[in-house]
Design a protein around this ligand. Structure first.
Ligand SMILES: [Fe+2]
Length: 338
C-alpha cells in the first residue's frame, strides 16, 4: 500500500527531526519544514496527506496555517502540536479548521493512532460533503422536473405515474433497494431533457415536421447530459439516454439493439409507452388499459423486450384495472409520442 505522507512544521529543528524519524518508523513518509512559509511551500509543491504543525512558529502561527488549509486544501487534516501554555489557543483552532491537537512532548507511540483517526475523520467529512452536494443537485433536478411539468401541462404528472409503474416493476422483478431507487430516479427524470424543447414542439397537436421531430429526439441525450453532472447518477444518466432505444435496434439516439440496451432503459421504454397510451395527449385521447397492454404486446420483440413485456403484463393483470391515472378510456388516435 502506498505510504501516507505527513508534513511536520516545527521550528525546533531537532524536535522536528525526531518526529520525522518516529513517523518513518511507523511507516509514514514525512517532510519537515522549520517555518510556516517553508511548510506552505511544501504544501504547494508536494502531495501531502496530513499536516502536524507547531502552534508558535516564526512568520505566521500554526493556527493561521489551519485557516489557510481550510480554504485551499480541504482534504488535508491538520493536527496542532501545542505546549500546555497554548492549549486554549489550540482548542480555539479547532473552530478555525484544525482537525485535532496533541500536547507536547508528543508521545511518539500515539502518532499513528492520531494520524489514522484524523485521516479517517477527514475522509468521512469529504464523503458527507459530497453526499450533501449530490442531494442539493438532486433537489435541483427535481425542481427542474416540476418546471417541465408546469411548462407541459398536458403530460404533467407523466413522470410521477411512470415512477409508480416502475415501483411495481421493481417489486415484480425483486430488485434490491439500490437498483429499485436507480430505476425510480430514472423513471422520474427520463424526460428531463424536454426542458430545452420549444413549446411549439412540446405542445403541438399535429404531426411533427421532420426538423421538429429531430429536435424532439434530442431529449434523451440532453437529459442524460444534465443528469451526468452528478457523478453518482452516472447509471441514471445512461438509462435516460437510452429510454427511446427499440429492441430491434431501430430506436434512438444510438440504435442499440436487444441486450445492448441497458436493462432499466428497456423497462422504461415499456412504462413510458404504456403511460402515454392510457393518458390523454394533446394529439390523441387516452385508450383503455386492456387496449394499451395489447398495443404493447403487439410491439414485443420490435419495440420492446419480450421478457419484460411478459413481466409488465403480469404486473398490470395483478393490479386489476390499474392504470396509473385511473384508467381512462377513450378513442385511440394515431400515436405520435415524442
Ligand atoms: Fe422520452
Amino acid at each position: 500500500m502506498e505510504k501516507k505522507i505527513a508534513l511536520i512544521i516545527e521550528d525546533d529543528i531537532p524536535y522536528a527531526e525526531m518526529l520525522k524519524v518516529a513517523l518513518e518508523h511507523y511507516n509514514y513518509a514525512a517532510y519537515a519544514a522549520f517555518s510556516s512559509t517553508g511548510g506552505m511551500d511544501i504544501l504547494r509543491q508536494k502531495k501531502v496527506d496530513i499536516v502536524l504543525s507547531d502552534v508558535s512558529l516564526p512568520g505566521f502561527s500554526g493556527i493561521e496555517i489551519a485557516k489557510r488549509l481550510g480554504k485551499m486544501y480541504l482534504d488535508i487534516p491538520i493536527v496542532l502540536l501545542t505546549g500546555l501554555n497554548d492549549l486554549t489557543l489550540a482548542k480555539n483552532a479547532l473552530r478555525n479548521g484544525a482537525s485535532d491537537y496533541l500536547i507536547k512532548p508528543v508521545k511518539m507511540e500515539e502518532l499513528p493512532i492520531v494520524i489514522e483517526r484524523n485521516l479517517e475523520r477527514k475522509r468521512l467529512e469529504s464523503k458527507r460533503l459530497q453526499k450533501n452536494t449530490s442531494n442539493i443537485l438532486l433537489k435541483a433536478l427535481k425542481a427542474l422536473m416540476r418546471a417541465l411539468d408546469a411548462k407541459d401541462q398536458y403530460s404533467s404528472g407523466h413522470s410521477q405515474r411512470v415512477v409508480k409503474l416502475a415501483m411495481m416493476m421493481a417489486e415484480e422483478l425483486q430488485l434490491n433497494d439500490d437498483d429499485s431507487y436507480t430505476l425510480q430516479l430514472a423513471a422520474y427524470l427520463h424526460d428531463i431533457g424536454k426542458i430545452g424543447m420549444p413549446d411549439s414542439i412540446l405542445k403541438k397537436a399535429d404531426s411533427l415536421e421532420d426538423y421538429e421531430l429531430r429536435k424532439a429526439k434530442d431529449h434523451p441525450v440532453i437529459g442524460s447530459k444534465i443528469i451526468s453532472e452528478i457523478e453518482e447518477l452516472a447509471d441514471v444518466a445512461s438509462i435516460v439516454r437510452h429510454h427511446h432505444e427499440r429492441f430491434d435496434g431501430s430506436g434512438y439516439p444510438d440504435g442499440l439493439k436487444g441486450d445492448a440496451i441497458p436493462f432499466f432503459s428497456r423497462i422504461l421504454a415499456i412504462l413510458d409507452a404504456y403511460e402515454a397510451l392510457v393518458s390523454d395527449r394533446v394529439y390523441r385521447k387516452a385508450i383503455h388499459t386492456k387496449q394499451a397492454i395489447e398495443e404493447i404486446q403487439k410491439n414485443t420483440g420490435k419495440q420492446f423486450d419480450p421478457y419484460l413485456v411478459y413481466v409488465f403484463s403480469r404486473v398490470i393483470s395483478k393490479n386489476g384495472k390499474f392504470s396509473p391515472n385511473g384508467g381512462k378510456s377513450g378513442d385511440q388516435n394515431q400515436n405520435h409520442d415524442k
